[in-house]
Design a protein around this ligand. Structure first.
Ligand code: PRP
Length: 213
């Protein structure tokens, strides 16, 4: 057994729970992590020499790029937005949703006519890339940190760029999908040096996970 711990950074919340369920299926267990009341930030599986920590989603690629974690699990949206130097090695298939341009039906023609519109989003880099490089449309991008659907409702913006999963939030707020940017799901990312130094161990892990997908 390898001496060195393999460290995982997991995006807090649903993705982390799903990841641990998947890892359990391949014999990696971390009972401590299941304790809902714990304030601990890092958990150890001594048997497999693995460590896990929970981080805010957007910080996961940062930990992995700098090698503070060997492996990370995070949404494709975060990978695209953060644009870190990491290897994206596996689509885990869960956390499926879509990155979309949404708004009231009345904003559809503003998009069609390439008007100078305001776009509210938690994902300014994704929005910029989509409007500037793909649509060749100049827009004013306004960064928000959550509840982005408020943007068009309170007339901060004409449209939003955001994640749509069930579509429930949009529907309840009188908004709709106007354009689809790309599909999203949870991905496994790996530090570039770890991939060279721990090739066999990481490859084995990826192969074991793949078999369960
Ligand atoms: C996400 C996203 C949408 C919603 C989409 O928000 O930003 O608001 O989920 O899901 P639905 O299509 O199933 O309704 P999240 O819950 O992460 O909160 P936030 O808006 O505060 O970031």
């Amino acid at each position: 057994m390898e001496d060195r711990y393999l460290t995982f950074a997991l995006g807090k919340g649903r993705l982390a729970n799903k990841t641990m369920e998947l890892l359990e299926e391949i014999g990696i267990h971390c009972e401590e992590m299941k304790d809902k009341d714990t304030r601990k930030l890092i958990f150890v599986d001594e048997k497999n020499k693995m460590r896990f920590f929970l981080a805010k989603g957007p910080d996961v690629p940062t930990y992995v790029e700098y090698g503070a974690a060997d492996i990370g699990v995070v949404g494709k949206d975060t990978i695209m937005e953060e644009n870190r130097r990491v290897y994206e090695v596996l689509d885990l298939g869960f956390g499926r949703c879509r990155m979309c341009v949404c708004g009231p039906e009345t904003s559809r023609e503003l998009l069609e006519h390439h008007e100078m519109i305001r776009v509210a989003t938690k994902y300014p880099n994704i929005a910029k890339d989509y409007f500037y490089n793909h649509k060749h449309q100049t827009v004013d991008i306004i960064k928000l940190n959550g509840s982005v659907e408020l943007g068009p409702i309170v007339e901060l913006s004409d449209v939003i760029v955001d994640i749509v999963e069930t579509g429930g939030t949009l529907k309840e707020n009188g908004l709709t999908v106007l354009e689809e940017i790309c599909p999203l799901s949870a991905r496994m990312i790996v530090n570039q040096v770890s991939m060279q130094m721990q090739t066999e161990r990481i490859r084995d892990l990826i192969d074991a996970v793949k078999k369960r997908l």
